[in-house]
Design a protein around this ligand. Structure first.
Ligand code: GLA
Length: 386
């Protein structure tokens, strides 16, 4: 074979080799694997504006997995092992995008600009009054009717165990001042920790309070109530609310009340007690206040246990408070994953956050963000068995 022919054959062989590798890489983009973690993507539907919604599933080497979609940054599935090593989905949600679009009480969603309520949808910054849509009676809730739970988040794989979600909230969106650039990272570690890092910057003075609204049912069976779950919240005070669930401004001691969760306590034990605040919340739907000296550093603040499955979730956060919501508005009318009707109190939320209505309550930690500052908070949900 003459020299020219040999070089040509060698070049063709090299090109074939490269193409094969490229195809292989393209295949791995669908499921990139390094240290035993995998990320797979699949189609999850199309929004009315034509945007394609994908589902990204992170699975670590233990088999624990988290599924997230672009719409609302929603966690649609979270599968962890129980004490017998059986994996079950421990969060409420839907099988289809259309169900999320039709009606969802924030199942699994990222929440913003302002998690929880702002009284009468009004607040003042530098003597300027801002008016927000009132989508919860007379109040503004969870960023309004078109909050972050209902927007399209750009998602890209950040590593083989983390997803990076971004959203640009326009100046004046839902009535808030300032263009807010938001980035949220979901990371699933090899020791079964889901870390959520929230970051935001603004071009004008504004208010921000981001959180996550996953409904947990650690039994893995959403036909069961969460009232047998046990809860611990390391807080000496909570925020009593008025009839519209706006904090009165008082920081009430939990001692000798059904709101004392300083020791692991079965949620159903006192939830129906004769108590004005429990009646107002139609159960637990309040914000507990952590020791302010530790605000800003990641510390363990709560623990949720399901004795029947042995599943445990520890909650760590930099935030000053947590809203414990015992699924009081679930009434069986919503049909979730697998065709299950979500009955009363079959899911609960542990929404780490700054306090509700902080823009109007000067004694609460500030939620103001100025240009040049970075909003940065972290919450960790650590899964295990006991
Ligand atoms: C938060 C609120 C509850 C309820 C849920 C969504 O948890 O505190 O009152 O509105 O959101 O249904």
């Amino acid at each position: 074979m003459n020299r020219l022919a040999f070089i040509s054959l060698l070049s063709i062989a090299t090109l074939i080799g490269c193409k094969k590798e490229k195809d292989q890489n393209q295949m791995e983009d669908k499921s990139s694997t390094t240290t035993g973690s995998t990320i797979t993507t699949s189609d999850f539907g199309t929004l009315p504006d034509g945007k394609e919604v994908k589902m990204y599933t992170l699975q670590n080497e233990n088999g624990t997995s988290l599924s997230v979609i672009n719409y609302g940054g929603i966690i649609t599935h979270l599968k962890t092992r129980d004490k017998n090593g059986e994996f079950n989905d421990i969060v409420l949600g839907y099988d289809s995008l259309s169900s999320y679009l039709k009606s969802s009480p924030y199942f699994g969603a990222l929440i913003g600009r302002y998690g929880n309520r702002i009284a009468k949808g009004k607040f003042t910054l530098d003597d300027e009054l801002y008016t927000l849509p009132t989508n919860d009676g007379t109040n503004h809730l969870h960023g309004g009717p078109e909050g972050f739970d209902k927007v399209f988040w750009d998602i890209r794989q950040q590593s083989d165990s983390s997803l990076y979600l971004t959203y640009e909230s326009a100046d004046g969106e839902q009535g808030y001042p300032g263009k807010l650039s938001v980035a949220v990272t979901y990371s699933l570690s090899s020791n079964d920790e889901l870390t959520i890092d929230y970051k935001a910057t603004t071009d004008k003075k504004t208010v921000v309070n981001l959180t996550q609204h996953t409904y947990f049912n650690l039994t893995g069976d959403p036909t069961k109530s969460i009232l047998d779950h046990q809860l611990r919240i390391d807080a000496q005070q909570f925020l009593p609310v008025d009839a519209t669930l706006i904090p009165t401004g008082e920081l009430q001691p939990v001692a000798n009340t059904p709101f004392d969760f300083n020791t692991l306590t079965t949620i159903g034990e006192r939830i129906n007690n004769e108590n004005e605040q429990l009646k107002r919340g139609r159960g637990y739907d309040h914000c507990w206040v952590f020791n302010p000296e530790s605000n800003g550093s990641v510390r363990k603040v709560a623990e949720l246990v399901d004795p029947s499955s042995g599943r445990v979730v520890e909650v760590l956060t930099t935030e000053p408070g947590i809203q414990f919501y015992s699924g009081n508005f679930l009434d069986g009318t919503l049909v979730g994953k697998g065709g299950v009707n979500y009955n009363h109190r079959t899911g609960l939320c542990l929404e780490t956050q700054h306090f509700p209505d902080s823009p109007n309550q000067s004694n609460f930690p500030s939620v103001v963000l100025n240009p040049g500052e970075e909003y940065a908070t972290t919450t960790i949900y650590k899964f295990g068995v006991r």
